[in-house]
Ligand binder design. Structure first.
Ligand SMILES: NC(=O)c1ccc[n+]([C@@H]2O[C@H](COP(=O)([O-])OP(=O)(O)OC[C@H]3O[C@@H](n4cnc5c(N)ncnc54)[C@H](O)[C@@H]3O)[C@@H](O)[C@H]2O)c1
Length: 253
């Protein structure tokens, strides 16, 4: 591929929140962007933001945990935008509960969307990256990978994604492909708003309480994460691979 050709990025779960901010940011970096989410119509806002700013984007409806839907979605992206060589595995769900109350279905849903979904989308796209001799993969982990009460399913999935990321880095490095994980702390999105509701707190009160535990004294915004993802997906980041970056307003390990 000539360096003047526009690279194609796929961002899953990009109808809103961190995924939407990432799609808009990658488009601003000059990428064509496939905005993937469960419901194609829900991707319209993100696509319009990109096209209104002069960028190229398409909306694609797919459940990342469904193999056939993923294969069809990636085939459509390759056909309509070009071969994708940048991938952000961002789609996610929460089904929080204490272990003794966690249903098998809540365990399976979370593992299926985060882990199986990232596996399926990465597997569908890696051939395009190998053919291009270039690829950038970013997986969304979480501070919860370190353990978090009420999130046995989610923390297992997010820790699993760190192992998945490091293995991708080892297997795919020789094809010019890097894989890294971004692990956000508290980011203000619909996901954290739903958690506030579940624990019976107003979102502003919930954010203020969270901010007291964060060294930079505020919660994160989706753009804070999009910024880190833009670095990892950049042309100049080819020697940065297999890393986990906590973006949490303070140190975590
Ligand atoms: N918000 C935070 O504080 C936080 C912290 C750490 C990690 N994360 C991670 O960042 C990512 C984005 O989180 P967010 O806060 O923007 O969440 P969000 O709930 O606002 O958005 C998630 C998006 O993923 C989509 N999605 C869910 N299941 C899907 C599926 N099966 N197929 C396709 N799309 C699907 C949803 O429709 C939604 O648009 C998630 O992986 C989340 O676990 C978020």
């Amino acid at each position: 591929m000539s360096t003047t050709e526009q690279r194609v990025a796929v961002v899953t779960g990009a109808a809103r929140g961190i995924g939407a901010a990432t799609a808009v940011r990658l488009a601003a970096e000059g990428r064509a962007v496939a905005v993937i989410d469960l419901d194609e119509a829900a991707c319209k806002d993100t696509v319009e933001k990109i096209t209104a700013a002069g960028g190229r984007a398409i909306a694609v409806g797919a459940d990342v945990s469904d193999e056939a839907q993923v294969q069809a979605a990636i085939a459509r992206v390759a056909e309509e935008l070009g071969a994708p060589t940048i991938l952000v595995n961002n789609a996610g769900v929460l089904r929080d509960n204490l272990l003794f109350k966690m249903s098998v279905s809540d365990w399976d849903t979370v593992l299926n969307v985060h882990l199986r979904g990232s596996f399926l989308v990465t597997k569908a796209i890696q051939k395009h990256m190998v053919d291009a001799g270039f690829g950038r993969i970013v997986n969304l982990s979480s501070s919860s990978a370190l353990g978090n009460r009420g999130q046995a399913n989610y923390s297992a999935a997010k820790a699993g994604l760190q192992g998945f990321t490091k293995t991708l880095a080892i297997e795919l490095g020789k094809f010019g492909i890097t894989a890294n994980a971004v692990a956000p702390g508290f980011i203000a999105t619909d996901m954290t708003a739903a958690t506030a509701e579940r624990v019976g707190m107003g979102f502003d009160e919930f954010k203020a309480a969270a901010a007291t535990q964060i060294p930079v004294a505020r919660v994160g915004e989706p753009d804070d994460i999009a910024n880190a993802i833009a670095f990892f997906t950049g042309e100049a980041a080819g020697f940065v691979s297999g890393q986990v970056l906590y973006v949490a307003g303070g140190p975590l390990d």
